[in-house]
Ligand binder design. Structure first.
Ligand code: UDP
Ligand code: MG
Length: 319
């Protein structure tokens, strides 16, 4: 199969038919073999009914229905696991991304050898309250991730070589950083294509202003993970041990000084009770930090998979 189109959606019933027809038209015009995987992220409107209706008309339509709303990243993750195409294309369901971009994205992956091509909404049709913070956010993400050539990390329209989506774990709110995740997994041929962007036709955006706050926190986590491997708690364990040993050493010197002082009646600079308490506290804090790090490691090694979602129904998708 040439292409899997993965579409995460939350309450988008008005746009699904139009989106489906448009994708179908592009695929038939270019003779692509394809599937459309709609991932219904706990919609409370009639989205799932529309997906079932579309699947009756078109055997290429598949569906995953979550039992509740988990978020865009889990929806993408499950779509990725189910995708069978050589190239996987993600797209928002709200008709802001244009299916007409699919053939060129496909060509860039298969002929130019990109692992990932990200859309760039150079001319955006979103309110200023969203575009200005987004610019700032993208600048930070570029700097921290080291993926310097991307202008628009969060664009919903992206294309991937299938190995990429099979080898990355998109969890939490990490859909904003898939290029960073891909780079960390060793897929570093990352390109960009300017894409058309339309204003939302129906409904409203599903992300509020806290998207930026969450976005920055996730960026920090990813930076940490990419620098300190899968066990970030090692760092705290390490800091804790250093603190512990410095304090321990200081207390030891103080103890020796005390003994020497007692024998000749002179006081050294460290043999002062304030310093004694400072180093005692330091030693205990170091011990605590070390234990926190150790517990963190234990938990991260023994906890079950993070991506464990309740799926209510599957449409033409094998488990
Ligand atoms: N979405 C989702 N789960 C959510 C929130 C959003 O699957 O919890 C989908 C949404 O239906 C759309 C895409 O993610 O297909 C992008 O969302 P939206 O258009 O609200 O984001 P924006 O364009 O404002 O960045
Ligand atoms: Mg949108």
């Amino acid at each position: 199969m040439d292409i899997s189109v993965v579409i995460p959606l939350y309450n988008e019933e008005e746009s699904l038919r139009e989106l489906h027809d448009w994708i179908q038209r592009v695929m038939t015009e270019h003779n692509f073999t394809y599937e459309i995987i709609f991932v219904n992220d706990g919609s409370t409107d009639g989205s799932w009914n529309v997906i079932e209706e579309l699947s009756k008309k078109n055997p290429c339509v598949k569906g995953i229905k979550f039992r509740r709303n988990y978020g865009k990243s889990p929806a993408l993750y499950c779509g990725f696991k189910a995708a069978q195409g050589n190239v996987v294309i993600t797209m928002d369901a709200d008709l802001q991304d244009s299916p007409d971009e699919i053939p060129e994205l496909y060509r860039m992956i298969t002929e130019e050898g990109y692992d990932l091509v990200s859309g760039w909404k150079k001319k955006r049709y979103d309110p200023l309250s969203k575009t200005i913070p987004t610019k700032l956010f993208n600048a930070t993400a570029r700097k921290i991730s080291g993926v310097h050539n991307l202008h628009d990390f969060n664009c919903g329209l992206k294309a991937y070589r299938s190995e990429v989506v099979k080898n990355i774990e998109v969890y939490g709110e990490m859909h904003r950083y898939i290029p960073y995740l891909a780079k960390n997994a060793g897929f570093d041929k990352i390109g960009e294509k300017v894409v058309h962007h339309q204003a939302r036709k129906y409904g409203h955006s599903k992300f509020g202003i806290n998207r930026f706050f969450n976005g920055y926190l996730d960026l920090l986590t990813l930076w940490f993970l990419s620098h300190y491997g899968k066990k970030p708690m090692h760092v705290f364990g390490f800091l804790g041990s250093i603190m512990f040993f410095i304090s321990f050493l200081a207390l030891l010197i103080m103890g020796i000084e005390k003994v020497v002082d007692l024998s000749n009646g002179v006081y050294g600079p460290l043999a002062d009770s304030a310093w004694f308490f400072i180093f005692l506290t330091g030693m205990l804090m170091g011990l605590q930090l070390f234990l926190a790090g150790f517990l963190g490691d234990l938990i991260s090694r023994t906890s079950p998979q993070r991506n464990d979602y309740q799926i209510e129904k599957l449409l033409r998708i094998e488990k």
